[in-house]
Design a protein around this ligand. Structure first.
Ligand code: SF4
Length: 310
């Protein structure tokens, strides 16, 4: 069996930064450090940080008055910042800079008097945070049908932003529907899908040209990992999303001679290597890296933490 390892795969710059923020906050301030929501959508990462003293909470009212709270990579609405102030919390923001960029786009559109159409998936933490930037001026659209039904006070004043981890192909369709219905809408050329999501999807497409099966390592609540599985299926491979190697069902691989492996942007490499070892243990394999794009993106830490450990 040939095993093709997608490159790039796994951690992106925003996830590396968010995890490092929790680690450095633990070093600087000592435990407990409170993290609002999963810092990134991966149970292994969350479990490792819990062992080091991070306490994960759903809401800031679970953080003691004056405590240290970290906001996750997915971003939060201004009302969460306000809540932090009310509770006198020390806050470190691990929002990915590419999500912050989308928040700024929303603010700019609203200042221009536009209604914002947010292309995204309801209920995802990033979407909740982006909607919260200006809830009264923002409408969530997930499909071309949503675009046909959306109610906008002035069709000539529309601005579009997207969730950063969407499928490039699905988003293109929704953007086209918006441009048809609202020809004057301000739309980002290719949406706000981040470099990491695009590169991982492109790499899976290349894998799918050869692979019968593609295993995507990632959590079910990881948007970008889910999209990788969908891209694999759309390109004709059988795609499976797994948190851990132990979830591989041997029958998935029946008849497969080439198996691709990729991982969502919040998946640590150790879980990918577990999958490779599982495949090597169960089948005679030759493993090859398929390099589609090289990434060199690094985001700086927040200034509160920059001096730590240096
Ligand atoms: Fe940032 Fe993209 Fe990574 Fe999300 S997937 S943390 S937007 S780089």
């Amino acid at each position: 069996m040939d095993v093709l390892l997608a490159n790039p795969r796994g951690f992106c710059a925003g996830v590396e930064r968010a995890i490092e923020i929790v680690e450095k906050a633990l070093e600087q301030y000592g435990p407990p450090v409170y993290v609002r929501k999963e810092i990134v959508h991966n149970p292994y990462v969350v479990g490792q940080l819990k062992k080091r003293g991070a306490v994960f909470v759903e809401d800031l009212d679970e953080v003691p008055q004056g405590g240290l709270a970290i906001f996750s990579a997915h971003g939060v609405s201004p009302s969460v910042w306000e809540q932090g102030k009310q509770r006198d919390l020390r806050v470190v923001d691990a929002t990915c800079p590419l999500v912050t960029k989308v928040h700024r786009e929303v603010a700019r559109y609203v200042a221009e008097g536009r209604t914002v159409l947010l292309i995204g998936h309801a209920g995802h933490d990033e979407v909740i945070g982006t909607l919260g930037q200006s809830p009264q001026n923002t409408r969530l659209v997930g499909t071309a049908e949503d675009v046909a039904a959306v109610d906008v006070p002035d069709p000539s004043l529309v601005g579009v932003v997207t969730q950063t981890t969407l499928s490039v192909d699905d988003t293109r369709e929704v953007l086209e529907a918006i441009r048809r219905r609202f020809p004057l809408a301000k739309t980002p050329a290719a949406g706000d899908i981040c470099y990491a999501s695009q590169n991982r999807q492109n790499a899976v497409k290349v894998l799918a040209e050869q692979a019968d099966v593609i295993l995507v390592v990632g959590a079910p609540n990881s948007s970008n990992a889910q999209r990788l599985r969908e891209v694999a299926e759309r390109c004709g491979a059988r795609g499976y999303l797994i948190d851990y190697a132990s979830q591989i069902q041997p029958e998935w691989l029946e008849g497969a001679t080439v198996v691709g492996v990729s991982a969502g942007a919040s998946t640590p490499e150790t879980l990918v290597q577990d999958v490779v070892h599982w495949l090597e243990e169960h089948h005679p394999t030759v493993t090859r890296q398929i390099v589609v794009t090289e990434e060199h993106v690094v985001f700086p830490l927040p200034s509160q933490l920059i001096s730590i450990g240096t």
